[in-house]
Design a protein around this ligand. Structure first.
Ligand SMILES: [Zn+2]
Length: 297
């Protein structure tokens, strides 16, 4: 006999954002919001987002801190150094260019730069202050000629895209043959993240809620990639993985993120994060992944 009490509520599970498989393990890490694909291992948010890109909340406390910091500029410089190992000139598109920090630097170094940004106000600032061509659009609406770009970059953007496969396949169309695609995302298998999961397990802090649930709504992170799943999405789109690099997140940013409520002195948190980064380096599990891919078709 089955009464109301034994009736099971069937949660609708979103099929895998990478491989499309739809018998995924829902409630991963004990969070209803998370799915982990049992076929390819992809971890993603179980929400049917209506938007094409989930933006960072404008009122988010770290937004200003991050986007206009010295660390952000340092980061752009490091990203440009990676590109210059493969290409030193050409047409470059930055998808999700934000405040244009990276594009300004690439322009200065001689690249012909274009940006795509969904926030009109931010795009206007980049156009007016930096004299950079920015289109307010998502990749689904934009119409560039096919095979226009030598380089396409996505710096910490793909984790905000509910349909990452579609983004990559659209960007591939506008990339020249032998052109390069550079993607950076947070590493879900990093020591940083494992450290947070461990702290959560021993009951010190509810970090899982912070890194998976809050980031979905505040930072707009809906996909959680590791090297395997990020490579998979490239291979799915018939592109060649040239190299995979791992990088540290800026110490300032992660210290502030982990210590939002300032329960620990900032200097101590920075020291702790330096140690976590060091362990990440030794374990080859740093907090970000950069994948360098080439369009061979
Ligand atoms: Zn999958």
């Amino acid at each position: 006999m089955s009464g109301e009490g034994s009736m099971q509520i069937k949660t609708k599970i979103k099929s895998c954002v990478i491989c499309g498989f739809n018998e995924n393990s829902n409630g991963f890490l004990g969070l209803d919001i998370l799915c982990k694909c049992i076929k390819c291992g992809m971890v993603y948010t179980n929400i049917d987002w209506k938007e094409e890109i989930i933006r960072t909340d404008k009122d988010s406390w770290w937004q200003e801190f991050y986007h206009f910091s010295v660390e952000r500029s340092k980061e752009s410089l490091e990203q440009l150094c990676i590109i210059k190992k493969y290409k030193t000139e050409g047409d470059l598109l930055d998808y999700g260019c934000g405040g244009g920090n990276f594009l300004a630097l690439a322009k200065k170094e001689g690249f012909a730069v274009t940006g795509i940004e969904i926030d009109e106000n931010v795009a206007n600032i980049v156009r007016n202050d930096l004299q950079i061509n920015v289109k307010v659009s998502t990749i689904y609406q934009i119409s560039f000629p096919e095979k226009k770009f030598d380089i396409v970059t996505l710096w910490n953007v793909l984790e905000h895209c509910p349909k990452p496969n579609l983004v990559i396949s659209e960007l591939k169309k506008i990339l020249k043959k032998d052109g390069y695609l550079f993607i950076e995302v947070p590493n879900d298998s990093s020591v940083n993240r494992l450290f947070a999961i461990w702290l959560n397990k021993i009951g010190i802090r509810n970090f899982l809620n912070q890194i998976y649930v809050k980031t979905a709504h505040i930072a707009g992170h809906v996909n959680h990639f590791n090297i395997k799943t990020l490579s998979k999405i490239i291979e799915n789109n018939d592109m060649r993985v040239v190299k995979i690099i791992q990088r540290d997140s800026p110490i300032g940013l992660i210290s502030e993120t982990f210590n939002k409520d300032q329960k620990i002195p900032l200097w101590l948190m920075r020291l702790l994060m330096l140690m976590v980064n060091l362990i990440g380096k030794m374990a080859r599990r740093k907090s970000r992944i950069v994948i360098i891919c080439q369009n061979n078709f």
